[in-house]
Design a binder for this molecule. Structure first.
Ligand code: M6R
Length: 360
């Protein structure tokens, strides 16, 4: 059932190209339009406030979507569902509350949408599980079609969430601003080639050779900006979840505001480059290198200045920055997997964690 893979997590990492095919299949027309089943053009007309609620990895996918919306001039907010459930944001009938939840059963996320619904908001579940509570209780549902995910660590569902949320972002941009996002064609092209690009990352298996350097370290830091920021958070979450080693993710610009005090030769830093504002992130890399930290850069193979500055380089195919984050994340998934494997951790069922968190 694991198809010869040692762990479900590794199997699910390898399933990402086919999951991504399904996520996008039939949702982009030959004319380059977004075709989202129940949500034709105009479905979100009148929405003037977008609020995402989610937990864990799904929260990171929501942050990714918010970044894409912001780049298109559409403001949106992202709430940790555990917070929203106790301190909900004000809503009215023009508010769209989007619950991002793989399982559709996360208690805090359900509590959040129930409150939003009772307060009169429109609710939408972006979920993997047809028939889940979120899909049934929200006004609408959009499915990510990733297929079952057994490993407690979310891998393929993050990639599929981002792909489907990218399409939703395009629909929302068009409906809320009255015109499509200006780089829609580029984004849709990148989504179309994403399965092949992810396959290329998996085939390189770069992180396997690096894993040995990341045991017995004081801490591991992950930095990025733009969509690279949620990828940094997700990289750190996956790392701590399955290796049990200390890891933290930051917005690259936050380093100087505190975390830099923790940086030493014993704290490797993973830096995510998406092709947007890379030069600023390179400055941050130099800052941590001057404190003796070793930097693993994850970025496009077409950016020699990044490869030349970092200490180790994990390449991703050259693509649109909006898709580059997904590719960088696959490299970081593989880093966490190989380190956890080396340390003999219980990769598919990490201690203290459950696949779906059904209590608040
Ligand atoms: O099913 P959900 O997407 O609502 O789950 C949310 C989180 O519990 C989940 O993403 C968790 O953070 C993962 N184990 C992370 O790998």
């Amino acid at each position: 059932e694991r198809d010869g893979f040692e762990h479900y997590m590794l199997k699910e990492i390898h399933e990402q190209p086919s999951a991504l095919e399904r996520a996008v299949n039939g949702r982009v027309t030959a004319e380059g339009d977004v075709h989202l089943e129940d949500f034709p053009s105009g479905s979100f007309a009148g929405v003037d406030d977008v609020q995402f609620v989610a937990c864990g990895t799904s929260y990171h996918a929501a942050l990714y979507a918010r970044q894409l919306l912001a780049e298109r001039g559409v403001p949106a907010q992202v709430f940790s569902a555990g917070e929203y459930a106790t301190t909900p944001a004000p809503v009215d009938e023009n508010t769209l509350v989007v619950a991002v939840t793989q399982s559709g059963e996360t208690a805090d996320t359900l509590a959040s949408v129930r409150q939003a619904d009772a307060a009169g908001a429109r609710t939408l579940a972006v979920t993997n599980v047809v028939g889940s509570t979120a899909a049934r209780e929200c006004d609408d549902a959009l499915f990510i079609r990733a297929g079952p995910e057994i490993g407690v660590a979310a891998t393929k569902t993050f990639s599929s969430q981002v792909a489907v949320l990218s399409l939703l972002v395009e629909r929302l941009t068009e409906d809320i601003t009255g015109s499509p996002g200006e780089d829609r064609a580029g984004l849709l092209r990148a989504l179309d080639r994403l399965p092949g690009d992810v396959q290329q990352v998996i085939d390189q298996s770069g992180p396997a050779g690096l894993a040995d350097r990341f045991r017995d370290r004081e801490g591991h830091f992950f930095i990025g900006r733009g969509v690279g920021f949620p990828v940094a958070l997700e990289g750190a979450l996956k790392f701590k979840e399955i290796t049990y080693e200390h890891a933290e993710g930051f917005a690259a610009g936050e380093l100087k505001h505190g975390p830099l005090a923790l940086v030493t030769p014993d704290t490797p830093v993973f830096a995510v480059f998406t092709g947007r504002h890379d030069e600023k992130t390179l400055h941050n890399v130099e800052e941590v290198q001057s404190r003796g930290a070793t930097v693993v850069g994850v970025g496009s193979e077409a950016t020699p200045e990044v490869a030349a500055t970092v200490d180790d380089f994990l390449p991703i195919p050259d693509t649109h920055p909006a898709a580059a984050g997904v590719l960088a994340n696959v490299q970081l998934q593989l880093v966490s997997y190989h380190v956890a494997d080396l340390l003999g951790r219980s990769i598919d069922k990490p201690r203290n964690l459950a696949k779906s968190v059904t209590v608040e």
